[in-house]
Design a protein. Structure first.
Length: 88
């Protein structure tokens, strides 16, 4: 069975991007090389958080939950990230 991960990227301005991928490292490279329309002009991006491996359905549910929480207490509590700078 294929395994997927929800992930959170952060750029130098502290903005977040939330997605799902089977291979997060490859997807990060795509984001940084202009392969994704929304992230193209907002990079460079760094991996800030990734979930455990899970089914595609579970990863999509986690992605959607994180997007609904984005910028809120639940998002930061779940990922362990902070509002301050990359990697904080």
């Amino acid at each position: 069975m294929r395994k997927y991960r929800a992930y959170v990227l952060r750029n130098s301005e502290g903005r977040f991007y939330i997605g799902v991928s089977e291979d997060v490292a490859v997807r990060l490279a795509q984001h940084n090389s202009g392969g994704s329309r929304w992230t193209r002009s907002r990079g460079p991006w760094a991996l800030a958080w990734t979930s455990e491996a899970m089914s595609l359905g579970e990863a999509r549910r986690q992605e959607n939950w994180l997007k609904r929480q984005k910028g809120g207490v639940g998002f930061f509590r779940h990922t362990g990230l902070t509002k301050n700078g990359p990697g904080s």
